[in-house]
Ligand binder design. Structure first.
Ligand SMILES: [Zn+2]
Length: 422
């Protein structure tokens, strides 16, 4: 199950899912609230006047979730609520939708799903690379606003309705995506928070969030995320239900976990802003900003250094105040000249191997970039590159980073001429 959760966390917004969960489980949260635990959770809340479905799982796993929950559904499905527009939460809408069903999302959902569709040609190879598989078939560019918009009710800050005497309050809580919402049922003290406590299903210590997903995302805005967690905490929930993983129960434990998470985001954000104001560049801050032990978060899912860069770039965009960067020619444009100056690739390959041996695999990677830019099949550089990537992988604890290192190794091995494999 954990593997499935991890895969799903990585692929949120992708339309492909690598692994099936062991099986879909039905969990009774309390009277009238049920959960189907699959790659992402599907919830049903029953009332005397019908049922409310919260999230619908990815298309591949939605039928199983529907089947598992079928007996719990009472009366018509009056509402489907989408905590956000990631593919792993909206794939089963059609399985639940009845003629009179209202589908509710936060208003940013519309642009969010259009953005994912608009850039499908960009995302497809990146998702494929991370999982070492063939990219999905991309058809002609669908246009800027081609996504299917299922919601029939969109709201900005808050939306409320009552069904069968049960009051449902929906709050805009942007975090992992700009369209995130929280469903709050005051009578049950239950909050459904989507993926804003990302990695909820992963073992303790929890991971720092993926504030910038390196497959490519718009910045996940730290200050919004912090405010959204505060919104949830202010409700004083006794049960928090996540898009993935287990419920968190008891207000004290919920407060402990969400506060720790929020404070860690705040800490990293503030360190970056302070560094920017002190004139530090992004790479310096990626090296300098470390999460203090008191937050007790791992980096198995989100990496602090990627988030630092995400926050920095989110505020400042691409220009690094170096006049060289204003132009369309990148540093790599003079790599062939460097190879010539070195008298050929051999000294650079030699240096790359020394760097690996010296525990500096990233520098080795940069050196192989120099050689491979003009000679993409240079066996020496490819072998040094594989060594550097393998060295990084040996110490890698982050599941996303591991995927990309595997991709790099596979790609380099594929490029290696067959007569020089050893
Ligand atoms: Zn998700």
């Amino acid at each position: 199950m954990l593997r499935a959760i991890i895969v799903c966390l990585i692929t949120c917004s992708a339309t492909v899912f690598a692994d099936a969960p062991d099986h879909t489980q039905l969990i009774k949260i309390r009277d009238s609230v049920y959960m189907a635990e699959t790659v992402s959770n599907v919830y049903v809340v029953t009332t005397t006047e019908g049922s409310v479905v919260i999230d619908t799982a990815p298309a591949k796993f939605a039928p199983e979730a529907r089947k598992v929950l079928a007996e719990q559904v009472e009366g018509p499905v009056k509402y489907i609520i989408l905590t956000h527009g990631h593919a792993d939460h909206i794939g089963g809408i059609d399985l639940w939708k009845e003629p009179a069903t209202q589908i509710i999302a936060q208003r940013n959902y519309v642009e969010f799903v259009n953005y994912v569709k608009r850039l499908q040609g960009f995302f497809a190879p990146r998702n494929a690379a991370a999982f070492s598989r063939a990219p999905e078939q991309i058809t002609a560019w669908p246009g800027n606003f081609a996504a299917k918009i299922d919601p029939t009710i969109l709201f900005d800050e808050k939306y409320e309705f009552t069904l069968g005497g049960v009051n449902f309050e929906l709050f805009s809580t942007p975090g992992e995506t700009p369209d995130h919402l929280t469903v709050w049922i005051p009578a049950y003290k239950v909050a459904f928070i989507g993926d804003n406590y990302a990695g909820a299903g992963m073992p303790e210590p929890m991971s720092f969030p993926n504030m910038y997903a390196i497959r490519g995302t718009k910045p996940r805005w730290a200050l919004d995320w912090i405010k959204s967690i505060d919104t949830v905490l202010a409700l004083k929930p006794e049960i928090v239900l996540n898009g993935h993983g287990d419920p968190i129960t008891g207000n004290a434990e919920i407060t402990r976990r969400l506060t720790r998470y929020r404070d860690a985001i705040q800490y990293v954000h503030d360190q970056v802003v302070q560094g920017m104001d002190d004139g530090k560049d992004v790479f310096t801050l990626m090296q300098e900003v470390k999460l203090p032990k008191q937050y007790d978060l791992s980096e198995t899912f989100g990496k602090v250094s990627w988030s630092v860069r995400g926050i920095y770039d989110g505020y400042a965009g691409w220009f690094d105040a170096n006049p060289s960067s204003m132009y369309a020619l990148p540093p790599s444009s003079i790599y062939p000249d460097l190879v010539k100056l070195a008298g050929g690739p051999e000294p650079l390959v030699r240096l790359a191997l020394e760097k690996v041996a010296d525990g500096k695999p990233v520098e080795a990677l940069h050196l192989t970039d120099v050689v491979l830019s003009s000679d993409p099949k240079n066996p020496g550089a490819l072998k040094a590159r594989i060594k550097a990537l393998e060295s990084l992988q040996k110490d890698c604890e982050n599941v996303v980073e591991g995927g990309w290192l595997t991709y790099g190794i596979t790609k380099a091995k594929r490029e290696l001429p067959s007569d020089s494999a050893n």
